[in-house]
Design a binder for this molecule. Structure first.
Ligand SMILES: Nc1ncnc2c1ncn2[C@@H]1O[C@H](COP(=O)(O)OP(=O)(O)OP(=O)(O)O)[C@@H](O)[C@H]1O
Ligand SMILES: [Mg+2]
Length: 157
């Protein structure tokens, strides 16, 4: 576990195949970070939904635009940031997927799922375009920090 990476950054193309790739990489990183299989599944589904949104809503399926996925393992949590080249959006303006009139809707549940599966979700849209959705998942309470993760913790402000 001493060789566990602290950071994994991947650049995905805006293609359908990237959804599977992002999901699979997320599962590997979550496994490395000592999450159990259920949590690995939740984390990889959240990343999949987020990459789909980056592809579809952010990059508007434009193959020239990239999606960057950045996994950072800290002493107590995994942070996943998904960046696209789109115009962004506001979490406050999304309709509630649990509202009566939305219950039969066939879309509009991705963000809801990400929020259920992860501990925290934030969206930042830059002034020059580009959106970063950052999701955080706390490590299991019985997790023993690795030397690498401890080093990261010490460097935090
Ligand atoms: N990366 C993004 N860039 C721009 N808009 C986004 C992005 N991610 C989400 N959104 C906006 O937030 C809305 C809600 O996203 P959400 O994933 O919950 O639902 P959906 O993608 O519309 O449907 P579903 O995920 O259930 O197939 C989207 O319809 C879109 O308007
Ligand atoms: Mg979606």
């Amino acid at each position: 576990m001493g060789s566990q990476p602290r950071r994994v950054c991947v650049t995905l193309e805006s293609r359908l195949e990237s959804m599977d790739l992002g999901e699979e990489i997320a599962r590997c990183v979550a496994g490395t970070a000592a999450f159990d299989e259920d949590e690995q599944h939740r984390i990889s589904m959240a990343v999949r939904e987020c990459v789909i949104n980056a592809f579809k809503h952010g990059n508007c399926s434009d193959v020239r635009k990239k999606i960057e996925v950045d996994f950072t393992l800290l002493a107590d949590r995994l942070v996943v940031a998904v960046r696209d080249e789109g115009k962004g959006f506001s979490l406050n303006q999304l309709p509630d997927p649990l509202a009566d009139e939305r219950l039969l809707a066939t879309s509009g549940r991705g963000i809801f799922l990400m929020r259920c599966f992860m501990d925290d979700l934030r969206v930042v849209s830059g002034p020059d375009g580009g959106t970063v959705v950052t999701m955080t998942k706390r490590l299991p309470s019985n997790h023993k920090p690795t030397a690498a993760a401890e080093t990261t913790k010490e460097r935090q402000p």
